[in-house]
Design a protein around this ligand. Sequence first.
Ligand SMILES: Cc1cc2nc3c(=O)[nH]c(=O)nc-3n(C[C@H](O)[C@H](O)[C@H](O)COP(=O)(O)OP(=O)(O)OC[C@H]3O[C@@H](n4cnc5c(N)ncnc54)[C@H](O)[C@@H]3O)c2cc1C
Length: 452
Amino acid sequence: MPSTEGPVHVIGGGLAGSEAAWQLGSRGIEVVLHEMRPVRTTPAHETDRLAELVCSNTLGNRLPHTAPGIFKQELQALSSLIVASGHAAYVPAGGALAVDRDQFAAAVSTALEELPTVQIRREEVTELPPGRVIVATGPLTSPALSEAIAGLTGGDDLYFYDAIAPIVNVESVDETVSFWANRYEGDDGDGDYLNLPMNKEEYEAFLDALIAGECTPSKDFEKEIFFGGCQPVEAIAATGRESLRFGPMKPVGLFDPRTRRRPWAVVQLRRETRTGAAMNMVGFQTKLKYGEQTRIFRMIPGLQEAEFLRLGSVHRNTFLNAPAILDRALRVKADPRISFAGQIVGCEGYTESSAMGLWAALNIVAERQSRELAPPPTDTMFGALLDYLATSTAKKFQPMNVNFGLLPPDSMRVKKKQKKERRIERGKACVASFEAWASASGMASEALSVTA
Ligand SMILES: Cc1cc2nc3c(=O)[nH]c(=O)nc-3n(C[C@H](O)[C@H](O)[C@H](O)COP(=O)(O)OP(=O)(O)OC[C@H]3O[C@@H](n4cnc5c(N)ncnc54)[C@H](O)[C@@H]3O)c2cc1C
């Protein structure tokens, strides 16, 4: 059991670090929050405020039939400072919880500055301090601390870029077009891969669209990582009209049961979660803009109606191989006095990052009460994301956001028209399950209201 005395050192006053400091401080635990800005900054931050949003000004969807909307309701049951500040700084933006970024960061900063248990130190941390520590330094962790983290976790389990392929809801794939099979293992419909075959015309049309697709510009500080297995699919396509057919779309060893022939090209989907509800497009990491991804990837036979649970990206990101390195409380297995939180544990997004700060903090609260905290159940968005971090295949681990594919499969099949209603029902069930867990674990707290 890690030390139960002295202040907790939270390194990084971003979304996760601020949430962690709030949860600890408001529950009576002394915190030293180390934030390096403005003494030293990152290539993306522009102010010295805590919880600065580095890019978009939205905390994601807030509607009750969406995964981020349900997730935020769960977080409210634990008095999340980030979600409460988001509501306080809300600006109208359709279904999104968009915020005035200055008001949002000011609300978080003020709440922490006014908390007597939290001491804020403006300094870069280059070595892991003694005592109980939460590292929440984010995707742009300073180089010196990254080195110290690599020393702690083993260099092979700390990554500096992610290369994310889209994830599709398996229920939205047209099963009359796709077939299950492993390469070279026949077509008895029993394989692990869901294959989407293309004929020559379909391949050529798809290739043209892919090559012409609009990509996200690279930030100045992002080196392109066009090498080896991390090359974006559109970059491979641009190297020659046959490149994809000899790369991620190779058809060798596969036979389409409908035509009894080898397809011209194949897109393969592989289970992303244990249940197989979420399927990863193998080798389709991409820098295409989000709108372009949905437009172009829906040209793939079988994906015309695809629901993308997560879209692809390739960008700079410091993150750990969480399933290999961390326990379920986000503590380093080999040195449990150190916890990690935020995007660095392998989640994606502002709200997910904050939630990981919240979770690391609650586990320290439990430690101080000499008890272990059971994670939220996997039928909640929060519990499902934590389960993904703990149980993913370590070799292929890539960051994840909350989505319906992480939940256990829905026992009820509904028509497309009833899907929204069904998701609202599932959302209510998630929140009820979460609130029951929060109450039973002794961590439930009053809904928080802050002023922006
Ligand atoms: C360029 C970029 C754009 C992104 N855009 C979005 C987006 O639009 N929407 C979205 O949902 N997600 C986005 N993300 C992903 C992610 O949600 C955010 O990065 C989010 O801020 C992560 O939260 P965090 O708390 O883990 O890290 P951060 O919010 O980055 O907080 C980390 C903090 O640690 C500090 N720090 C770093 N090193 C040290 C050190 N050695 N000592 C002391 N302090 C240190 C930093 O100054 C920073 O304040 C983006 C990521 C990047 C890199």
